[in-house]
Structures are given as C-alpha cells and as structure tokens.
Design a protein around this ligand. Sequence first.
Ligand SMILES: Nc1ncnc2c1ncn2[C@@H]1O[C@H](COP(=O)(O)OP(=O)(O)O)[C@@H](O)[C@H]1O
Ligand SMILES: [Mg+2]
Length: 324
Amino acid sequence: MSTPEHVEGRAYDAPPPPSPGVPRASVELSLAPHAAPQHDEDGPDQQAGEIGPTGRALRFTPDPVPVAQHGPAKILAVCNQKGGVGKTTSTINLGASLAEYGRKVLLVDFDPQGALSVGLGIHPHQLDNTIYNVIMERAVGVQDVIMETGVEDMHLLPSNIDLSAAEIQLVSEVGREHTLVRTLRPVIDQYDYVLVDCQPSLGLLTVNALAAADGVLIPLECEFFSLRGVALLIDTIEKVRERLNPKLDITGILATMYDPRTLHSREVMARVVEAFGDIVFDTVINRTVRFPETTVAGEPITKWAPRSAGAKAYRALAREVIAR
Ligand SMILES: Nc1ncnc2c1ncn2[C@@H]1O[C@H](COP(=O)(O)OP(=O)(O)O)[C@@H](O)[C@H]1O
Ligand SMILES: [Mg+2]
C-alpha cells in the first residue's frame, strides 16, 4: 500500500484535483493599473557635447520644427529577431513622442502576439477586423481597421493571432513579400511616420515589413548574447535591399535595457559602438520597471510618467529619428 504522501504520485499537501462538474473559481490574471507614480523621477537633461552613455560626445539634434502638412510617411520597421529586446516598447513610445512633436503617426502591429495593441489598452482578440482581414479580404479596407489610440495623432493598425495564419497563406501568393506595402499604400499620404512592430523572427512577415520600409530601427538589449543575432539581421536587411527594396536603410541601432551600474552593460555598450559606429543612436534606454508598468496601464510612458527619464529618452530618440 502506498503511504498518503505518494497517493497518485502527488506531494502530500498538494491540493486535490478539481472534481468534474464542480466549477472552479476563475482566476483573475489581469493586473489593475496603479495610479500614475507619485515619484515621477525627473531624468537629467543632457546637452550636446557632453559624454553620453554610448561613451561618445552627444551629437547636436535640433528641436523638430513643426510641420505644416502631413505625409507622405516614412516607414520604419522596428526589427530584431530576438524577443524581449524592446521592439514593442520602442514602437509605442517612439510613436507617442513623434506625435508629441506634431507628427501624425500610424503604428502597425505586425506581430500575431498583438502586444502592441495590448500595450495601447486594446484587447485584440475581441476585434472583428485586424490587419489580417485587410491582407486577406479584398472587401476590408485599411481605413476600416485603423483605430484611434489614447494619444492624439497616433493611430493603430491592430493585429491578433489571426495574423499567424496569414504568414502561411501568403506563401503561395504572387508578390507575397509586398503585401504590407500594398496594404499601407492607401493611407501613406496621411501620416508622417508609420512604425511597424515586427515579430521576433526573420520570416515572411518581417520580410514584408523590410520590403515596405524606408528604414530599420534595431533595438538591441545591452546583453552579451544579443550581439550574436545582429549580424544575421543585417545580412537579411542587405538581401532585402538587393532583391526587393533598394531604398531600405538602417535608420539606427537603439541600445535598450541599459543598466549604467553594471560593468557588463557598459562593456556591451562599448562593443556595440565599436562594431556599428555612428548608426548607434546617442539615446540609450535604461532598464526600468516603468516600462512593464506602462504595459499594464495600456499607455505610453510619455503619458504614464511624462517627466520620467524613460519618457525623456524616447523624446530624445524621436528628435534623433526626425533629424536622420
Ligand atoms: N527599458 C526597459 N526596461 C525594463 N523593461 C523593459 C524595457 N523595455 C521593455 N521592457 C519590458 O521587457 C519586456 C519585453 O519588451 P518588448 O518591448 O515587449 O520586447 P519585444 O517587442 O522585443 O519582444 C516587456 O515586459 C517590457 O515591458
Ligand atoms: Mg514585441
């Protein structure tokens, strides 16, 4: 006979499995956003000429001049095949900062995980139409699917898990790499920037983003292994430039999740600057819990903690992007 500790191989004090027919209390997995932080840390303002976190003197970036007319948009693909490097966070916060500078911005969620949509407080699985329907159904126009966000002049083309089917369905299509550019064409004149949040792979969706883009913005986590994948990414960008999209350029490499207190972060930063030189943005995004908080709050850091160092950093990035 087995002792009570070994009944059905369970640990002695493990809870019994739910008996069939007895409803279990559903588990509330969502987090309620806290009130906006009280101690909204006021990050330092850095001046041109000062030595920045990249170890170089900060280049002068002028304050963006207001635009009188909008469009045609510059399309930027936010791309890195590694997950969790800050693509989605950078798309939302760069977009919101560009909008603060009076630019009209369209964010394109091009990841079936829909994290960009979630980060803007939208539940993408509840949407009837997403970018998937625009791509696959002639009757659905891109204007019908674009949504407003909590940020004025920043719109969203949402996605959800349906988009993962598009990747498979597109394989047999003629001109499959140019699907996104065709999708965006009707609205391109209405925006100044279109930011495409790519999925963490170099598959067909990402190739579509690269084929549509004028520039690529590469977020790079300040961590040793993150350097390894970049060579492959740059190789892919070069192939797309040669075969599909001659105008494609690398707009810049953005160091993210930087922790100035660790030697490791500083060493990786030095390697990145050594390897990629001037295309590394002067702006560096520090690691801070503010960013995960903004996802829960469903808004960009520029609204959630407008005076925080993180908000200031993305505004500085927007100034660099406008100047490039
Ligand atoms: N600078 C940062 N500091 C701390 N956490 C961050 C930072 N940037 C992003 N995060 C968090 O890291 C996770 C991954 O970021 P995300 O932008 O979703 O990456 P990706 O889109 O590349 O997968 C998210 O939980 C996000 O809130
Ligand atoms: Mg993402």
